[in-house]
Design a protein around this ligand. Structure first.
Ligand code: IPE
Ligand code: IPE
Ligand code: MG
Length: 249
């Protein structure tokens, strides 16, 4: 069933974040190597990006490689890095054509040189695009990001002392990789795992969470629509009570 027509375009999540999980299990179920799952995961990325862009979602963040993923067998890590370069190259024209702006979060300098170089080129090429902002989380973990923010604040304080009174949420957020990106309204995790795995822990403080059993290589825009429909049934109260929310609408 296609839910697209049932989506309320005036109540879209402006930022959707996705923990793309289940590639390895998908491949194993088919009697294949894990990397076969990663390769098929690219199709899911393409369809989800297109689906989000077409609806008019402003930001889509995809968790593609965590700092903890370096602990996987070297063969898998190497294959993921090669796949990343191949995907950047094969998708460049489509991203440009679809007016998508590419951004990254994570320690990009800590990726192999050829990966960071390719990424930075594509970021430059798409910088002026005004459609969907596609944020790739690469060599990313939320704890790394928060510790990194603290380091930057201390370094800045050594140059120009910071008034402690001025430190609040808004101040702190300027030192996160996601500065200028609104917090996710909706966080999706595929593959039936109910955990966050070190993703955006600061930013998802008030996100709506959606978990699906679908393994990432099988995820398509219809699954995105389902998640958005589910999101649109929810009442986001931000600590208030229902009557206050209803009165504001
Ligand atoms: C997600 O799929 C992709 C990455 C983490 C790079 P997995 O590779 O984690 O697949 P499962 O969870 O082992 O099935
Ligand atoms: C989270 O998936 C990271 C990405 C999707 C890139 P993992 O498969 O690495 O998470 P855990 O290890 O099962 O928590
Ligand atoms: Mg996994």
């Amino acid at each position: 069933m296609d839910f697209k027509d049932k989506i309320d375009i005036n109540n879209l999540p402006q930022h959707i974040a996705v923990i793309m999980d289940g590639n390895g299990r998908w491949a194993k179920k088919k009697g294949n190597q894990r990397i076969f799952g990663h390769k098929n995961g690219v199709k899911a990325v393409r369809d989800t990006v297109e689906g989000a862009a077409e609806l008019g979602v402003k930001y889509l963040t995809l968790y593609a490689f965590s700092t903890e993923n370096w602990n996987r067998p070297k063969q898998e890590v190497d294959a993921l890095m090669s796949l990343l370069i191949a995907t950047i190259n094969s998708e460049t024209d489509t991203l440009i054509k679809n007016n998508v702006r590419l951004l990254t979060i994570g320690d990009i300098d800590g990726l192999p040189k050829n990966v960071s170089k390719n990424l930075n080129e594509l970021i430059d090429q798409t910088a002026k695009n005004t459609g969907l902002s596609l944020v790739l989380a690469l060599n990313y973990s939320a704890r790394w990001e928060i510790v990194n923010a603290v380091k930057e604040i201390i370094a800045e304080n050594e140059r120009t002392p910071i008034n402690v009174e001025n430190i609040d949420n808004e101040f702190f957020e300027k030192y996160l990789n996601t500065k200028n990106i609104p917090d996710p309204d909706l966080l999706i995790r595929t593959s039936g795992e109910f955990r966050i795995s070190n993703f955006l822990i600061w930013q998802i403080a008030y996100s709506e969470l959606y978990f699906t059993e679908v393994l990432w290589p099988d995820f398509r825009r219809k699954d995105l629509y389902e998640a958005i429909m589910d999101y649109q049934q929810r009442e986001r109260r931000f600590g208030m009570i229902s009557e206050q929310i209803k009165n504001n609408n």
